[in-house]
Design a protein. Sequence first.
Length: 186
Amino acid sequence: MSTRLRVLATGLGLSLVACNSNRVTVGGGPSYRYPHQEAYGRTMTCPDARLPPLRDGGVSPDAARCSFADAQGSRVVHVGGKVLTEAEDTSEPGIGVADVEVGIHRLAGVSLNLDDPGPKIAHARTDAQGRYSVSGTFPPGNYAAIARQPADQRFLAYRMFVVAEGAIGRIDGIMITIPLDQRLGP
């Protein structure tokens, strides 16, 4: 009987630690982004205030459709891809690079100035396979995904991409290739 009580107490203790360490989230959690840009032509039935997330973490379809233009499902809210080394053979994609910081910058125009790339919209670190994933609200425009060393912020490589006017949901496959010879990079 005492073994069962110890197992039960250990399980309860571990679940309390997990809940207190913010690894378990209920509802929208800390990553939920509230919509804030009012949509054009609101109807009289639309609320004037931001809407709280529902229990499942989403905003009701009616609220997203009629009151705010940047609610989830109405804009690009996820950008993902991979940071790779340049392959010696052009038929291979290269090897993923772990622990690289990737920043998504909104460009002022159509070109990238590495000294001042524009405001950083989101950032992430690559996982063991070189994958990264960021969430945010990305209005239509030109963007750059810039890979840097986390320790000294040394520039490694970049990839420019465009969020089109009617784009919604996800943009995946933004591959950033690090040149084999760093002298060949920008």
